[in-house]
Structure formats: C-alpha cells, structure tokens
Design a binder for this molecule. Structure first.
Ligand SMILES: Cc1cc2nc3c(=O)[nH]c(=O)nc-3n(C[C@H](O)[C@H](O)[C@H](O)COP(=O)(O)OP(=O)(O)OC[C@H]3O[C@@H](n4cnc5c(N)ncnc54)[C@H](O)[C@@H]3O)c2cc1C
Length: 403
C-alpha cells in the first residue's frame, strides 16, 4: 500500500505523543497474575507480541505487578515465553488488582517508556483496566480482538506504515472487522483468551528485569517512583472468593458439543455419554445454553470459550459463524447433523448426515466394542468416522439410511 507519499511509522511519531524513554516503540503485554501464576491469555499474548515485535524490529515488554517473591519468581518465566524486558512492580499495595492503582501504574509506565502497542487479555481485569488506561492516555482501544497483525494504512494520501491491525468480529459476528488507528499512540487492544497459540517455553532465552519503584504519595513526579495517591485506595479487597469452573473446555483434548438438534435438557445425556466414552468434555452452542439445557461454562464460540482440541464433535449444531469462531481451529472436527447443507460441514473434516439420536448410540457402541482403533478417536491418525454408522471421512457423508 505504501506509495512513497508522506510515509510515516508509529515509531517516528512516538516522541511527539507519549515520550521517548528507553523502550520507546516496543510491544507490551500487561501480564495478569494471581499468586504468582500468570493468566494463560497473558502468556498467549506474549507469543503474538513476539511475532509482532520481530516484524517491527523492536522488543517485547511485559508489565508485571503484584507483591512478594511469587510475583518476582514469575519474571524469568515471562522471558522464557518471549519477553525481552519485564517491568516488575513489586509492592504490597499492588498485591491485589485494584482499578485505580493499576491504572496509574500502567499509565505511568507507558508515559515513561513509550511503547507503540499495549495488549491486554479480554478478561474481567483486562476489560476493566485497558479502557481506563486508554482514557488517561487519550488513545483508542479495540476490545475482544481475535487476531492481530501488522500492516499499512493509507488515508488522504498519507501512508502510515506498520500499524497494528486489530481484528475482531463485528455486527453480531457477521463480518470480521480490521481496525487500525494511525492517529493515536499507543495502539491498544484486549484479546480473547484461547485465540492465540501458547508459545513454547524457551529456558535459554535471556531478558532483562527492570524493577519499577512504586510508592504511596501525592507529590507529582515524572521520574523516580510511580506514586499512588491515598485517593486511589478508596476500595479495599476484603476477601477473594473463587468459583471453580464446572468444566475445563480450553484444556480438553476432546470436546463433544450439543446444539439445538439435541432437542432437550434430557437429550444432553446422550452427548454426555459420548463425551464420557471418548474421554472428552461436554460443550454446547449458545442456543442450547440459552434454552437452559446446559450451563454457560460449556458454551463454545464467540461469546463463549475458544477451543482447539484434538477432536471436536458437533452434535446437532448448525455451525453459525459465531459458533465456528470458537472451534474451527480444532485439529479434527466431526459433525453430526440431519441437514446435509448445514454450514458446520464446511469446517468439518468428517461428517455424518443423520439423526443424532440414532447416530450417537451407534458411535458409542462402535467405540466400546471395537475400541479406539476402530473409530480412530484418541489415536494420532485421527480418522473419526464410525464404520457402523455408515459414515466416511469427508464432509456430509450419508448415514441416514445406515441408522
Ligand atoms: C453476538 C452474538 C454472539 C453469539 N455467540 C455465540 C457463541 O459464542 N456460541 C454459539 O454457539 N452461538 C453464538 N451465537 C448464536 C449463533 O448465532 C447461533 O444462533 C447458534 O450458534 C445456533 O445454535 P445451534 O447450532 O445449536 O442451533 P441451530 O442453528 O438452530 O441449529 C440446530 C441444528 O441441529 C440440526 N438438527 C436438528 N435436529 C437434529 C437431529 N435430531 N439430529 C441431528 N441434527 C439435528 C439442524 O439441522 C440444525 O443444523 C451468537 C450470536 C450473536 C448474535
């Protein structure tokens, strides 16, 4: 897109907008942690930040805040996942996430160092923190991105090179929008959990840990410690109550999901049986969740969990764009649907056209009698079609008659 007329890059404009300290132009990730354990989405973001930074020829910075040894001990793990520099704010006032002190910390660090990109997980914390930082810095924020890339943008004859393309579903998931902001820095985005691939840990990577001095106090300062005024502590964390998720969809190797085609809450027993037989967990479409047949923790898709299992079985799910957004990166997809034209078959590696109430019992029987070798489920070959059900690899094979 660059045509030679009035070209500029975010890096060239950083000095004028948000400072020019060490680290100007870097790509940053705000790392969420609890008890010294980083949120998975933060580690996923370090992997993508690494790719973006390599493309831009800059460093990856990780902002890590908390209190005590456990947080300090996390810094090398962030380097091993791709960070070049970890800005470590270790202070008792930062032991628990609180909106105002954390906003002040991140805003202060950005003003001092001038990164061109700052990424946050689209978690409760990220969704609370990122807009506050954006507002303080008078910059924009794209929420809930599903992809991030680097590209150029031409507006009114001026080409801005190397902008962050912030990619996310829009208009109810019916289009994928690419958002780029040439006018304000840093470019900021929250990113959905599970959409980026977790980077491998490389214990041989080296990086720098920069201690960020933090102090309670009201005196304004542009260098020295970052000051957290008393007024930032109007809220106090009294107790942390954590509800366990009823299912770990993200970590599952096999996910068997049911949709409207399952027909009822009772019908989900069949989906559960198949999941149990295959050693997987139960997922669902939003329509099945909205019908009250299964809890929201089980929802796969744009407003649910993004999964990448070795095998995803979609039972009675049409395959809306919002559902596919949460499962189409699965290694193998088996769809069971009575409509041969259902969109789910466009992403399925294997399809069975038939009534799931007949097909699922046949699959269970086949698996139980012939074992995983017969169905291929759970083996590395991944061929998941059941011979008894009359299905064959390839989308939309006919099994109606076979049932
Ligand atoms: C902003 C937004 C966000 C959304 N987020 C999500 C999300 O995160 N996840 C999600 O899933 N959806 C989401 N949706 C909803 C989505 O648009 C669809 O409405 C939903 O995915 C449909 O669910 P379904 O496939 O179970 O139902 P349907 O679309 O009604 O499909 C049911 C399927 O079952 C088949 N069938 C019926 N009976 C049988 C049978 N006996 N045997 C075999 N097959 C049978 C039918 O042929 C049909 O294909 C979202 C929508 C919006 C607007």
């Amino acid at each position: 897109m660059a045509d030679g007329r009035g070209q500029t890059t975010p890096q060239e404009r950083i000095a004028g907008q948000i400072g020019h300290g060490p680290g100007a132009g870097d790509v940053w990730v705000f790392v969420e942690q609890r008890d010294g354990v980083a949120a998975e989405v933060s580690l996923e973001l370090l992997g993508r930040a690494r790719e973006l930074a390599d493309r831009l020829g800059v460093r990856v910075g990780a902002v890590l805040a908390g209190a005590g040894e456990a947080v300090r001990a996390l810094a090398p793990a962030l380097v091993a996942r791709g960070a070049d520099v970890v800005y470590l704010a270790d202070h008792e006032d930062l032991a628990e996430y609180l909106a105002l002190p954390y906003t002040r910390l991140v805003t202060g660090l950005v003003r001092r160092h001038g990164p061109q990109i700052v990424l946050y997980g689209a978690t409760t914390t990220g969704r609370d923190l990122a807009p506050r930082v954006a507002s303080n810095l008078r910059t924009g924020l794209t929420a809930d991105c599903t992809d991030l890339r680097i590209g150029d943008l031409e507006t009114k004859g001026v080409v801005t090179r190397d902008l962050l393309y912030q990619i996310r579903p829009a208009f109810g998931g019916n289009i994928i929008a690419t958002i780029a902001r040439p006018d304000h820095l840093p470019q900021m985005a929250t990113v959905r959990e599970g959409v980026m691939v977790m980077p491998e840990e490389d214990p041989d990577r080296s990086g720098e840990v920069v201690d960020v001095p933090v102090r309670r106090g009201a005196v304004a300062a542009t260098d020295g410690p970052i000051l957290l005024p008393e007024s930032d502590f109007a809220v106090r964390v009294v107790r942390r109550v954590q509800e366990q998720k009823s299912v770990d969809l993200k970590g599952a190797r096999i996910v068997v999901s049911g949709g409207v085609g399952v027909g009822s809450r009772e019908g989900f027993a069949l989906v559960e049986q198949l999941a149990e037989t295959l050693g997987g967990v139960v997922g669902a479409s939003r329509a099945a969740v909205d019908a009250g047949w299964i809890g929201h923790d089980h929802q796969v898709g744009q407003t649910g969990v993004t999964v990448r299992p070795k095998l995803y079985v979609a039972c009675g799910i049409s395959g809306s764009v919002q559902h596919r957004a949460g499962m189409d990166q699965s290694a193998r997809i088996l769809a069971i649907n009575k409509d041969p034209d259902a969109p789910i078959f466009s992403v399925a590696h294997y399809g069975i056209v038939g009534d799931l109430h007949k097909v699922i019992p046949m699959l269970i029987k086949a698996y139980r009698t012939k074992g995983s070798a017969a169905t291929g489920v759970g083996t590395s070959t991944g061929a998941a079609a059941s011979p008894d059900a009359g299905a064959a690899p390839g989308a939309a094979s006919a099994a109606e008659g076979g049932a």
